[in-house]
Design a protein around this ligand. Structure first.
Ligand code: SF4
Length: 222
């Protein structure tokens, strides 16, 4: 996809969701970080359900460290991978207290040094908490980048780099949210709802114009 088409594609997504923002519920940078760590392979809805009571008890790293791994586990057992996530949240809370004065750091190196924090989580925190022009590539954005021709790549890093080079800098920060919402609700994994998509004109997906029923049948046969 050309850069001109990429800009038009992203502009169309922006028009569909002008006030797009994270669907995770948090009240400070620490809660954002914990929510993103918990959201790996889990829905935002399930994370919000677990964190509402958790953050009442532990809104900061001190309280979370005091709660400890077992205490955290008690709140997050409904979320996939809860054992490892409880351990990581306890460890990262301690690390924030010991190395960062209880604050969430803003730089990639420090963020990725925290237990349970990889490149994607660091990108989300840098983008949402600190206004950095990062692009966190989750399963939805990886699919859209490849399916539409916006930023094809075999790895999430290739797609991330492609999106950063394709999307105008001024649009990069909110583009993360526009793309995620588009992937969740329109350009879905199994059956993209192309008839509801206002970026169809610029999308390079070869099957985009098939009626949805036919598209669904074709995909289930493949
Ligand atoms: S036209 Fe279809 S495949 Fe292309 S971005 Fe829109 S929903 Fe996705």
């Amino acid at each position: 996809m050309s850069k001109v088409a990429a800009k038009a594609f992203i502009t169309a997504l922006a028009e569909a969701n002008p006030n797009a923002e994270s669907e995770l519920i948090f009240h400070n940078n620490f809660e954002l970080l914990v929510s993103v760590v918990l959201s790996a392979q889990a829905t935002d809805k399930s994370v919000n359900k677990a964190t509402e009571p958790l953050f009442k008890v532990a809104p900061g790293p001190k309280e979370m460290a005091e709660l400890g791994e077992d205490g955290i586990a008690h709140f997050i057992k409904t979320i996939g991978l809860w054992r490892a996530k409880a351990r990581n949240v306890a460890l990262l809370s301690n690390q924030l207290l010991q190395k960062h004065n209880g604050e969430v750091p803003s730089d990639r190196t420090s963020l990725e040094a925290l237990p349970g924090v990889g490149r994607k989580t660091a990108n989300v925190v840098m983008n949402v908490a600190f206004g950095a022009d990062t692009m966190a590539v989750d399963t939805h954005i990886f699919r859209i980048g490849n399916r539409t021709g916006l930023a094809p790549g075999k790895t999430t890093l290739q797609v991330e780099e492609g999106l950063i080079s394709q999307i105008p800098k001024a649009m990069l920060r909110p583009a993360h949210h526009w793309l995620i919402l588009h992937g969740r609700y329109v350009c879905k994994a199994r059956s993209p709802e192309c008839s509801k998509c206002n970026a169809t004109q610029w999308c390079l997906y070869p099957e985009k114009n098939l009626p949805e029923k036919e598209l669904h049948t074709k995909r289930s046969l493949s």
